[in-house]
Design a protein around this ligand. Structure first.
Ligand code: ADP
Ligand code: ZN
Ligand code: ZN
Length: 745
């Protein structure tokens, strides 16, 4: 039998996880040594006895075997929190492909020195009548930020300072000025001292509906029976899903268990967070991308010491080391942001299910438009499925009009607004109500091309077209390259070098032209470079400082605007025409969400979907808000073409300095797999080919796809390719794996 080796990280500290040492596993320990196990090893010249963690296993070594020392023994003290996290990292490495170091860095928070952190709270000092008087006063003076603080204080006597600052977008001077007026005081509390209750008026649970209770009881009963599993709640927005999460968590806490709640960062709104604070007080903590590494580490430490019951955050909150985890909740389960874009390219849903099963915890998924994956598993009985069909806050579903843009053109309307949309916007402006105009498109401004010869202006470093900005510059959105717009076509010297106008900036301009006097705000990746400006735009719109909000998908998620009664979707097909098997699903989700923005308050809403393909099933079913019909059609297509979730898919991406090198490596990969597994009828190999963006930052990108119904087969292929590239020593070559990718490459 060949020798077995273990990679051991000695004295694992959170500063350093990138230096494993290799040891031989003596025969007597073979059964006991696996990733996560704590071991004793002889270390350094003096062979000092040290403890460390096994992070990886192999039967090969890069060193002369006689120089490798033996593991001395397995530590008696059993497994620790680190053991669990290392096991998760090892699973991610094996399941998604990556180095063990990258996987460890994903799950272990990095420790950093912190200044003594302080936590501040805001305390109301006067009575509610006084607050109401102040609100009237501030409204009169148009001091909207002050109004937001006062309104929050009307409901709560004590509020976390950070929540007001970040989520209500209130600047420190505003708070200071209210403090000077004697309306509130800012008080400091030490992070670790057990703080007084953050929110005074803790809120008791609402009387729940029968359906809500049934879900909670089911999940809890299964848990008590040791029958943990995965549950999917399919329920439209406002149907009471969050209330169900709160109910489940409450019972878990009563049993001494802890909860992890994943919410897409963009949906971590003031209202949502406040509901959790109100219910669970200071035993809740929020993780988000504005926290420093040190602060994140602190949260993890508090969780480990059982000072927290609930952690809320995006994807990475999954690795919170709770000693008694009972439940993981994933809200908006279909969101793309649950898939990591860097190696290991893990999906939070699958990883949550894995972590939960290791700890005997349950997983609850929730969405108004479940991912095909989740719904497919639910229909096959792998997850339990529940439906919540009614909006509990009243408010009817909006009236939806689908407008065929080809007809508009036939009728001589060349504007980007159909006649229907135009007249409805006009009505809203007259009535003092708000509208949202949604551009269903990732790109920003349009590309620039020559109308004479067809040349498209492209970035010299990336295989993407340049976008025209209002300042006359052409900009690459991948690498930031900028160039002034040439007067003439560089190829044929024609002067008809024109922008294709379809970006949000252009829509903003068109609105100004069409509706002079309307107040417009724009939100896209350009206008929201900083987190703050994102909240700023949203608060300004919520405060009624604009009549129309123009934006990309950012505007359809998260926030509620009760005064919005019209949503216009300008070109619903833009996200359909992507050469991507998820294009139909993404379009359906976006349109459904966008439509759901209209009429959240007590006024009914209207939605206009403009499209060149009014008969496309994604558009038809979104207009009818009919998830099941959409699913029925989409799954047939996936099954026919063996796309996930009907089968599994592995994308291999290479990034190379030389184009030939990239295509050579890929040819070798494809050849190897064909030789080894080519006889398998169920295996499909697609490519290799240039990636759809074949160059970024002067690096060439190639892609190769494999499809197979059995995920483990694809893991074998990944292992095979990894081993092969190690042998060939392709060090200059970056090779990435992506299982069941969210986008095509
Ligand atoms: P979702 O998470 O599905 O969007 P929420 O849980 O946020 O739904 O509920 C939507 C609104 O309905 C909230 O304002 C919530 O307080 C209210 N709500 C939820 N459940 C009930 C209930 N059983 N009775 C009355 N109101 C409820
Ligand atoms: Zn030309
Ligand atoms: Zn570029």
């Amino acid at each position: 039998m060949s020798e077995r080796y273990a990679d051991v990280i000695v004295e694992i500290s959170h500063e350093k996880v990138d230096r494993p040492f290799q040891y031989r596993i003596p025969d007597r320990l073979l059964e006991q040594v696996f990733p996560g196990v704590r071991v004793h090893v002889p270390f350094g010249r003096g062979n000092k006895d040290m403890t460390g963690y096994v992070v990886d296993l192999s039967d090969q070594t890069d060193y002369p075997p006689e120089k490798i020392k033996d593991i001395a023994g397995v530590d008696e003290n059993g497994t620790t929190v680190e053991s669990d996290l290392i096991q998760t990292a090892y699973w991610m490495k094996s399941h998604y492909g990556s180095t063990i170091i990258n996987a460890l860095k994903t799950v272990l928070p990095v420790k950093q020195k912190l200044k003594q952190p302080v936590k501040k709270k805001i305390v109301r000092l006067c009575d509610k009548e006084e607050i109401e008087r102040q609100i009237t006063e501030c409204t009169r003076k148009h001091q909207t930020a002050k109004c937001r603080v006062l309104e929050a204080l009307l409901e709560e006597e004590i509020l976390p300072y950070a929540l007001l600052r970040e989520k209500l977008n209130v600047a420190a001077p505003t708070i200071n000025s209210l403090e000077k007026q004697g309306i509130l005081s800012v008080e400091i509390e030490n992070y670790y001292r057990n703080p007084v209750k953050m929110i005074s008026g803790r809120e008791a649970a609402k009387p729940l509906s029968k359906k809500q209770n049934l879900i909670i009881e089911d999940v809890i009963q299964d848990y008590r029976d040791g029958n943990v599993g995965t549950y999917l709640i399919h329920g439209i927005t406002g149907s009471g899903k969050t209330e169900v999460y709160l109910g489940i968590i409450e019972q878990m806490i009563a049993m001494g268990r802890q909860a992890i709640v994943l919410i897409p960062e963009i949906a971590l709104t003031y209202q949502t967070l406040l509901r959790f604070y109100k219910r669970f007080g200071d035993r809740v903590s929020v993780m988000n991308s504005t926290l420093s590494m040190g602060e994140k580490y602190d949260q993890m430490e508090r969780a480990r010491r059982s000072e927290l019951d609930v952690i809320i955050g995006p994807r990475s909150a999954l690795f919170t080391p709770f000693p008694n985890l009972g439940i993981i909740i994933i809200d908006e389960e279909h969101e793309n942001s649950y898939k990591s874009e860097s190696m290991p390219k893990y999906h939070a849903r699958e990883t949550a299910i894995r972590i939960a099963s290791g700890k005997g915890a349950s997983v609850v998924l929730g969405s108004a438009t479940p991912s095909l994956e989740a719904y497919y598993r639910a229909k096959r009985g792998e997850y339990k499925l529940y439906r919540l069909n009614e909006r509990l806050t009243g408010g009817q579903l909006p009236q939806v009009y689908t407008i065929d843009l080809r007809e508009e053109l036939k009728e001589g309307n060349r504007s980007i607004f159909s006649r229907k949309l135009k007249s409805l916007i006009k009505e809203r402006l007259d009535a003092g109500e708000q509208s949202m105009l949604f551009l269903n498109r990732r790109g920003y401004a349009g590309f620039v091309s020559c109308r004479a010869c067809g040349l498209v202006m492209k970035c010299p470093h990336c295989d993407v077209s340049l976008s025209e900005h209002r300042n006359g510059k052409l900009v690459c959105h991948y690498c930031g390259y900028e160039v002034g717009k040439p007067q003439k076509c560089p190829s044929c010297e024609s002067k008809y070098l024109l922008g294709f106008k379809a970006g949000t900036e252009q829509i903003e301009e068109a609105v100004h032209k069409e509706f002079p006097g309307a107040r417009v705000l724009r939100m896209d990746a350009d206008s929201t470079r900083s987190k703050e400006s994102y909240e700023k735009i949203l608060s300004a719109f919520a405060d009624g400082k604009a009549d129309i909000l123009v934006g990309t998908q950012m505007i359809v998620k998260g926030h509620d605007f009760p005064n919005v009664t019209l949503v216009g979707i300008l070109a619903a097909d833009l996200s359909l025409n992507q050469n991507d098997y998820r294009a139909g699903e993404r379009t359906f989700q976006l349109l459904t969400q966008a439509a759901g923005r209209a009429g959240r308050g007590n006024k009914p809403g209207e939605v206009v979907i403009q499209t060149y393909q009014p008969e496309h099933y994604s558009i038809v079913h979104a207009a009818n808000q009919d998830y099941d019909s959409f699913y029925a059609e989409e799954i047939v297509y996936r099954e026919l073409l063996q796309y996930p979730p009907a089968a599994h898919m592995l994308a291999v991406l290479t990034v190379s300095k030389e184009e030939e090198q990239g295509s050579y490596v890929m040819e070798q990969f494809a050849k190897l797999v064909r030789e080894r597994l080519g006889t398998e009828k169920e295996l499909f190999i697609i490519g290799p080919a240039q990636a759809s963006i074949s160059k970024i930052n002067d690096l060439y990108r190639h892609v190769l796809y494999f499809k197979h119904p059995d995920y483990e087969r694809l893991v074998q292929i990944k292992d095979l390719l990894e081993a092969y590239s190690r042998e060939e020593d392709w060090k200059t070559q970056s090779i990435q794996f992506d299982f069941d990718p969210m986008n095509s490459y």
